[in-house]
Design a protein around this ligand. Structure first.
Ligand code: SF4
Length: 340
């Protein structure tokens, strides 16, 4: 049965007996006000039409199996069971302002990209999430939250651009006035760097933020760390990013998972500076998490300081990002559908 959660008011109007105004009210009740079933709504549509909607459309959500709070940073990992029994996570992330949260969402069950330092990559890909499942996870997190959930980041299980259409549809529902009403710039898509999809995303002019994982300025090493991304030469990637900057006027955000003795050499920064060739960027530096079995470790403070000093010396803007959820196996690269 078709889920009502990702329908537009126009689509619902065409597929039911509701007027456009009624469709807007129904979707606002479910997505904006968080009513969990059609009967809980206060007079959006008549009893007869409610019965018809119940009969024709699905509005169930992924089931919360368990939640685990991280003792260090109060992030909250949600483990969900999907309609076919598959498990997937979302992580509620506290923002700087008390009582405000964002949600790290999964876009796939597992992942096909095989990034060498990532636990999700070792699962392989089970299947794509449908847009309604991603929206449903977000709604469940909001329902279990006292406070305001103001954002969504696609950095959980999966490569969002490997499930392009469904992720974009989910973003549209999350940001739509008749949907979850997140500001478009409160939604971030993080990609490992699939060049054709970056070009498509730019051409389609979506308003959501984009982060591209770089993690090495050397082609051969990048292909080892991020095997799929290695399909494209770094020059092709930077051409796509340059095109994006030209069309959007936005500074490009790159991510760099910092690994001790692997990609924290100042020479990496010098090579990056050359590749940028004036392209305005911000480099998000994130310490690698839990990949000891693959031999990855965090940079020592002196190693990290040398890398950062070189960024500063060459004028490459950077921000250190701290991933939440280290103690609860919910930090970047650690999501693997594990139960506590
Ligand atoms: Fe997939 Fe992201 Fe993990 Fe790479 S880092 S394997 S793209 S989930």
């Amino acid at each position: 049965m078709r889920s009502i959660l990702t329908m537009t008011p126009d689509e619902l109007t065409q597929a039911s007996d509701c007027t456009l105004a009624e469709s807007r009210r129904v979707l606002a009740c479910l997505l904006s006000d968080g009513k969990r079933d059609l009967d809980a709504m206060k007079r959006p549509v008549s009893k007869v039409k409610r019965a018809q909607l119940r009969q024709d459309f699905e509005c169930s959500l992924p089931q919360v199996v368990e939640t685990i709070e991280d003792p260090q940073d109060q992030s909250l990992r949600f483990l969900f069971r999907l309609y076919d029994g598959k498990l997937v996570e979302a992580v509620r992330i506290p923002l700087h302002k008390p009582g405000r949260f964002s949600v790290c969402l999964s876009s796939q069950v597992g992942c096909a990209m095989g990034c060498d330092f990532c636990a999700t990559g070792r699962l392989g890909l089970s299947r794509n999430l449908q847009a309604w499942e991603m929206v449903g996870c977000w709604l469940q997190v909001r329902t279990h939250t006292q406070g305001v959930v103001t954002g969504a980041v696609f950095m959980g299980q999966g490569e969002p651009f490997h499930n392009y259409e469904q992720v974009i549809r989910a973003c549209q529902v999350l940001s739509r006035p008749s949907g979850c009403r997140i500001p478009a710039d409160g939604i971030t898509i993080s990609t490992v760097g699939l060049v054709p999809q970056i070009r498509r995303y730019t051409a389609e002019q979506h308003p959501y933020r984009l982060i591209v994982s770089l993690s090495s300025s050397q082609q051969a090493q990048r292909a080892e760390l991020l095997p799929i991304a290695g399909k494209w030469q770094l020059e092709e990637l930077f051409d796509a990013l340059r095109e994006r900057h030209t069309l959007s006027g936005e500074r490009v955000t790159l991510a760099w998972v910092l690994m001790g003795g692997v990609n924290d050499n100042p020479a990496q920064v010098s090579a990056l500076k050359q590749q940028l060739d004036g392209l305005p960027i911000t480099l998000n530096i994130i310490d690698v998490n839990e990949a000891r079995e693959k031999g990855y470790r965090r940079s020592t403070p002196p190693e990290r300081a040398r890398f950062i000093d070189q960024l500063a010396a060459l004028g490459v803007p950077f921000v250190r990002r701290y991933s939440v959820g280290l103690e609860s196996n919910s930090a970047c690269g650690m999501l693997a559908s594990k139960r506590s």
